[in-house]
Design a protein around this ligand. Structure first.
Ligand SMILES: [Zn+2]
Length: 302
């Protein structure tokens, strides 16, 4: 290989790597936009005893809402915290609700740890994060507390996304590749201004484990509709589904605005409802951790 060939080969390799990283970044994550909004709006939903001290840290909590996605490909053990492939397990939705092991210890007694980690540990990770958050409130270290709150918000956001509960997370098994980014990134970015995400009041959660699982199971119940509606609309609108844009030498493809609008309308407010639920659930979980920690005065954290 001559040095020119080697140089071209290196350039090509770097180019392919960049494309792959872009592709990876496009799947598996509520869009960065939605994650930031969920954390931000949850602070507004908190009672005054927490809100007045945390509002000056809204920027931090919102900006760092996406840290877990940033480290998911570089930190071992991170990726599995963002999802759970419930359809890997041989249960229908009713059996999942009734008999799927809800605690990590129970799950470990039913399945090898490797299997659990391969198919995602989102609900169990969240339970662990809850205990960690209670400890942080008791520890009174503001920077650690804010970091844990931001991460926690991310994972709570993720379990509200139906495609985070299936092996077919990006429609790759049904010829619908790209649907993940369409549902959780393109739609909220296009239609966010129409959403009403104001949350009335936070609640103390008596059973955190139960709440987390009810969210996960509701996401899983909605998952077939997310896939089915996109497939029906794609069949009827195959020629107008995508737009193509020239960017220098490259042509990029994205879902056409008209198709996105059609899909959004057909979902009957599902994206908005899941986002609102995420804001409300997160605010209540933050609040619950603070109460469980003995309601420390956040003023003393400064
Ligand atoms: Zn995530």
């Amino acid at each position: 290989m001559t040095s020119t060939q080697r140089y071209s080969f290196t350039l090509l390799a770097v180019f392919i790597l960049c494309i792959s990283v872009q592709a990876l970044n496009k799947v598996n994550v509520w869009g960065f936009f939605a994650h930031r909004k969920i954390n931000e709006l949850a602070v507004y939903a908190l009672p005054d005893s927490m809100h007045i001290y945390l509002r000056s840290h809204i920027e931090y909590l919102s900006e760092h809402a996406v840290d877990p996605d940033r480290r998911r490909h570089s930190t071992k053990g991170e990726a599995e915290k963002h999802y759970i492939d419930l359809d890997y397990y041989p249960y229908d939705i009713k059996q999942l609700a009734d008999s799927f092991p809800k605690s990590w210890e129970m799950a470990l007694s039913c399945y090898p740890e490797d299997t659990l980690r391969t198919y995602g540990i989102a609900p169990w990770n969240l339970q662990q994060y809850h205990y960690r958050l209670v400890k942080q409130f008791q520890g009174r270290d503001l920077s650690k507390l804010l970091k844990t709150m931001a991460d926690y918000g991310h994972y709570v956001g993720d379990i509200h996304v139906p495609l985070h509960t299936t092996m077919n997370y990006n429609g790759q098994l049904t010829g619908q590749k790209g649907i993940h980014g369409l549902w959780e990134t393109r739609l909220p970015e296009l239609f966010f201004d129409e959403y009403d995400l104001l949350v009335e009041e936070v609640k103390y959660i008596d059973d955190v484990q139960e709440l987390i699982w009810s969210v996960v199971l509701e996401s899983h119940r909605l998952m077939p509709e997310v896939l089915h509606k996109e497939m029906m609309l794609s069949k009827a609108n195959s020629s107008s589904k995508y737009t193509f844009e020239e960017r220098g030498e490259r042509t990029t493809t994205s879902y056409a605005k008209s198709f996105s609008q059609l899909y959004h309308d057909n979902l009957n407010g599902m994206v908005e409802q899941r986002m609102r639920c995420a804001v409300s659930c997160l605010a209540s979980l933050w609040y619950t951790a603070w109460v469980d920690a003995g309601q420390p005065s956040l003023k003393e954290f400064e």
